[in-house]
Design a protein around this ligand. Structure first.
Ligand code: HEM
Length: 591
């Protein structure tokens, strides 16, 4: 492994490999050479003794050196540079060692988990600027351990970054961590107290969860509405075929997002998604704005200022929610009319089921109209971007790995042929397609930070946790933990196939839903994602069709830049603009 030496104290003339021939060897260059030699020695020692933590160590040295920079310069006037450089390295070693000891000490003494030193007011927020949030947290976890304590603005938060702690918390101590924190402080939220995703573990949440699993998002219900997904997939393929004929590029994220949004809006409320009907688009725009404003108000950064609404976010939130409420109210009225006239339309959608449940005198919980509307907001928020961004990541990896693309195309041709379009029911016979989707969600869990609350004080693997504190699970870090996965950052669908599998393929489907704690794209346990089946169904069938019908070329060069974006829902940092080239014309395929 080659690693860059710490860049800060090394003058430009002296790279770790030494100065060029004939170069003047000044005392500064000598010192730099000395440092470079020491860095190499330090690297070798780290490499031999603790390879998996090597990168973390180098990062730590880099940080310590930065903080001592001024001291070096000041002291170096009076003393020999060589001696001072030596002292700096010793200091960094001591600090690294003390950080590791800090973790052990906290554990042994039954203290709170360790974390970096917090600044007044902002706490640790300054650590989270820069790369994608999940990566900043992953880097911190490499230094402070898989369970650490951070303060984000006004709120303390434990961050979980490995399978062992995830299992201990989400399985062994599940009931103490099954609620979500009340992060919504805005008085402008007309659905406050009625949402499902943020509900505490109470009678309402249990009732809705059961309804989701047994009816709303059950396999039977999904099968009954499969025609909607087929229809939206065909629309997408036709749009791409037109782009191909016209030699136009397309933004993969935009077209996939429109498709998943149409699927959710039609399945949920039978919203008209034809060319001239913009309602699904308006709903999506509103939901995006609501979730952005909600995020600003609930991040805890504004603290008590959030209540004063000095930035006007609360008022804007109120307006957007008001418009959303108006649209859904109208749709509910139309459904009630439809019920009276007996006109069934597309079939029973989720709203039909919810209205029926709300009228049931024997239901354990009497559903209110506000709860129904809040549920739709949750579903669109949780179900649209997550699935479409995951498919975008799949496409990007397939473009970067033509051999995987080829193998996948061959599998589809051998199972489905070239006369009809791949269907949802084919997926069980397409193990390589399943492996591609599974590997995508391992590397790019599109909801990579899920939040719970530690309800009561407890002890987890020796650490003392305080009740009423937020718990953040970094599934991006968990899914890429080198302790659980070989070549954790590589896209290798083969790892799930046959003898190469890191885990038993037969358990694969269950494991994707939180039975394996080193793979948590959908969370785990009672609070795990109820939309996982829908998301996987859409992903498999859509991706299969995109590979079956088109060849793909990336617009800006050969390789796609796989940098992660900054949002809470993890997309790509840069747009994926591609040229689709028709391989099979979807309009000539039998359904
Ligand atoms: C690739 C797509 C998706 C991913 C990666 C994903 C991921 C997640 C994660 C990580 C959680 C938190 C789980 C936990 O706390 O243990 C969650 C919760 C949730 N998801 Fe998904 N999800 C996806 C698609 C969907 C879809 C399609 C829907 C619905 C149509 C949906 C609805 C929900 C809901 C309602 C919750 C809250 C459950 C609760 O609090 O009890 N998700 N999802």
């Amino acid at each position: 492994m080659t690693v860059d030496a710490a860049p800060v104290a090394v003058p430009a003339a002296a790279s770790p490999d030494g100065p060029g021939a004939g170069e003047e060897t000044t005392s500064a260059a000598k010192a730099a050479l000395m440092e470079a030699a020491m860095m190499r020695t330090a690297q070798e020692i780290f490499l031999d003794s603790m390879p998996e933590e090597y990168e973390m160590m180098v990062n730590a040295i880099y940080k310590v050196k930065l903080s001592f920079k001024f001291r070096i310069v000041r002291v170096s006037y009076g003393k020999g540079l060589t001696h001072i450089e030596y002292r700096v390295h010793i200091t960094s070693w001591v600090l690294i060692k003390s950080r590791r000891n800090q973790q052990k000490e906290c554990e042994i003494k039954g203290q709170q988990p360790p974390g970096p030193m917090a600044l007044p007011v902002i706490g640790h927020l300054h650590y989270l600027v820069g790369p994608a949030l999940v990566k900043s947290l992953q880097n911190l976890a490499r230094q402070y351990g898989p369970l650490m304590l951070l303060r984000l603005g006004g709120a303390a938060c434990y961050v979980v970054s490995d399978a062992k702690f995830a299992k201990e918390i989400l399985k062994t101590n599940e009931l103490n961590f099954v609620s979500r924190p009340d992060i919504d402080t805005s008085v402008y939220n007309i659905y406050k107290g009625s949402a499902f995703i943020t509900a505490p573990y109470d009678a309402y949440w249990r009732f809705m969860k059961k309804l989701c699993m047994t009816r709303l998002l059950s396999t039977t219900q999904l099968n009954q509405l499969s025609h909607i997904r087929e229809d939206e997939t065909l629309k997408l393929l036709r749009l791409l075929a037109d782009a191909s004929r016209n030699g136009e590029s397309c933004d993969v994220k935009t077209v996939l997002m429109a498709m998943t949004n149409n699927v959710i809006c039609r399945m949920a409320m039978s919203i008209d998604c034809s060319e001239d009907a913009n309602e699904a688009r308006e709903i999506k725009e509103l939901v995006d704005q609501i979730s952005e404003l909600g995020g600003k108000l609930s991040a805890g950064i504004l603290g008590p200022l959030a209540k004063l609404d000095i930035f006007g976010y609360g008022k804007q939130l109120g307006q957007k929610l008001g418009r959303f409420d108006q649209i859904v109210d109208r749709i509910i009225e139309e459904h009630e009319q439809k019920d009276i006239s007996g006109n069934g339309g597309e079939g029973r959608d989720l709203l039909d089921i919810l209205l029926e449940t709300s009228r049931d005198p024997n239901a354990e919980v009497k559903l209110t109209r506000t709860q129904i509307k809040a549920f739709f907001l949750d579903i669109v928020m949780a179900g649209t971007d997550t699935s479409s961004l995951a498919m975008q990541w799949s496409m990007a990896e397939l473009i970067n790995h033509p051999e995987v693309f080829k193998k996948l195309r061959q599998e589809i041709i051998s199972v489905v042929g070239e006369n009809r379009l791949v269907k949802e029911s084919d997926v069980q016979n397409l193990p390589y397609l399943q492996a591609v989707v599974k590997e995508t969600l391992r590397l790019y869990p599109t909801a990579p930070l899920f939040i719970r609350v530690c309800n009561e004080d407890c002890t987890i693997k020796g650490f003392r946790l305080k009740g009423k504190t937020r718990m953040l699970f970094n599934s991006y870090a968990i899914n890429r933990d080198p302790a659980s996965w070989t070549d954790p950052d590589e896209f290798i669908p083969e790892r799930y196939i046959g003898g190469n599998s890191d885990m038993n393929f037969a358990q694969s489907q269950m494991e994707m839903r939180g039975q394996n704690f080193s793979y948590l794209p959908f969370g785990s346990g009672r609070r795990g994602c109820p939309g996982a089946s829908l998301a996987l169904t859409v992903m498999h069938a859509t991706l299969g069709a995109l590979v079956q019908c088109f060849d793909w070329e990336f617009k800006d060069g050969d390789m796609v830049d796989m940098e992660e974006g900054k949002g809470f829902t993890m997309g790509m940092a840069n747009p994926l603009m591609c040229y689709p080239a028709l391989h099979l014309d979807p309009s000539t395929l039998t359904p």
